[in-house]
Write a protein that binds this ligand. Structure first.
Ligand code: ASP
Ligand code: MG
Length: 415
């Protein structure tokens, strides 16, 4: 078995679907599971729809239209004959979506989110599966919700590995199987999501549960680069990497691979390939078990739009286990993912993504016992395999709020 994952950028318009079909045509005799995300930036459009549904119902129609129009345009280009079955299938999904919008989950944002966001993947895979069939690439469509079982932690659902493995390994994979990234279902059959950008993780789940020979993530970059080419035009591709190095990079915020993806693959020693869907014949990056070949090429990881919050007990007590555990609990309740921390005797500093609603919730929970100050619009820069010259160059003319160094990584909060 092989597993492929195609993300939003690889399915952003009719032309890119044709490209994927060309790639997949070469694998018709393989056992292959193809995991696909929502098209283009559709998950953002779905998030707008969810926000409308929960907070401004007068915008539901407008936000839904963006989604419908986007998919219709692709459908018309791929299937000029509007009598084709794919129109019925997509309309059925849109009908189910409207049913959700007519129901009353709106007061539970996270639950509403999970019952709506995954339609992006349901629609994209439906279109792709029909398109592959129409060009002669035989395939089966698999509803990921029937096999990927999770708890009901909406928006961050945790995998029930035992059940999922049993269900996935029971499947018949005779031809190419097309399924959705990002989604699963809980034990009551409600749709759940695995967190934004979670389709990589879905591919790893399928890989793990089928003992795949490898998993390939197809991207619009040639492989894993040592920096985001948007910041660094001279970014270079890293040909081979150990799981360990890749886990470190994604932990520090490199977005090329979703952080949860590597662990299940490492557990079964399944190699992860990262390749370009624009140049499918080029070698990408291969990530596998090795102690020996991690290059010491410096890598740069930027996490932008962060807020740095410093929290000090109002009673001048020290920052210690009791108040730290209280503070961490409040972060967990606000569903904030912490990216960097530092503490001194009297204050605890935390850096995380600046999302207004979450920040508000956190500040309210802390205001009674703590004095809270913040700097917004800061960036976390991590340099793996740094040198002093590199640090000097990267921090020149910046205000550095925090600096942390370990043997292999230097981290800065700066503006
Ligand atoms: N479509 C989802 C998202 O954009 C999942 C993914 O693309 O991995 O977050
Ligand atoms: Mg995506």
């Amino acid at each position: 078995m092989k597993v492929f994952k195609f993300g939003g950028a690889s399915v952003k318009d009719a032309q890119s679907l044709k490209n994927i079909a060309n790639i997949l045509a070469n694998y018709q005799h393989d056992k292959l599971i193809v995991v696909v995300s929502a098209m283009g930036k559709m998950t953002n459009a779905f998030e707008w729809l969810i926000n409308s549904y929960c907070y401004s119902p007068d915008k539901i129609k407008e936000s839904l239209n963006v989604i419908v129009d986007f998919h219709n345009k692709i459908l018309w280009e791929l299937f000029p004959d509007k009598g084709q079955q794919v129109y019925v299938a997509v309309n059925e999904l849109l009908f189910q979506l409207e049913e959700v919008l007519d129901s009353n989950y709106a007061n539970d944002y996270d639950k509403a989110y999970d019952s709506i966001a995954g339609f992006g993947e349901m629609i994209s895979t439906t279109i792709i599966s029909h398109y592959l069939s129409s060009v002669g690439v035989k395939n089966d469509w698999l509803d990921a919700r029937k096999v990927i079982q999770t708890n009901s932690d909406y928006r961050q659902a945790k995998i029930d590995w035992e059940t999922t493995e049993e269900l996935i390994s029971k499947g018949n994979y005779n031809s190419i199987t097309v399924s959705q990234g990002f989604i699963g279902s809980d034990s009551d059959g409600n749709m759940t999501t695995l967190g934004r950008e979670g389709s990589d993780f879905s591919a790893a789940i399928f890989g793990y549960c089928t003992n795949a020979e490898n998993v390939t993530i197809w991207k619009d970059v040639p492989g894993v680069l040592n920096a985001d080419p948007k910041h660094f035009p001279d970014a270079v591709k890293i040909d081979k990497m150990s799981y360990r190095e890749a886990i470190e990079l994604s932990y520090y915020g490199a977005t090329v691979i979703h952080p949860k993806t590597l662990k299940p693959l490492e557990n079964k020693l399944i190699p992860l390939c990262v390749k370009s869907f624009l140049n499918p014949d080029n070698e990408g990056t291969i990530i596998q078990k090795s102690e020996s070949y991690d290059s010491l090429v410096p890598s740069y990881i930027f996490i932008e739009n962060q807020i740095l919050v410093s929290i000090s007990p109002k009673d001048f007590s020290f920052i210690a286990e009791d108040n730290l555990s209280f503070i961490f609990a409040k972060f967990a309740e606000a569903k904030i993912k912490i990216n960097l921390t530092q503490n001194s005797a009297l204050s605890f500093s935390v850096c995380f993504k600046n999302e207004e609603k979450k920040v508000e919730k956190l500040f309210q929970a802390l205001e009674n016992s703590f004095e809270v100050k913040y700097n917004d619009k800061v960036t976390i820069l991590t340099i793996r395999h740094f040198t002093d010259e590199i640090i000097e160059k990267m921090t020149a003319e910046k205000t550095v709020f925090i600096e942390q160094k370990s043997r292999n990584s230097a981290r800065f909060v700066l503006r």
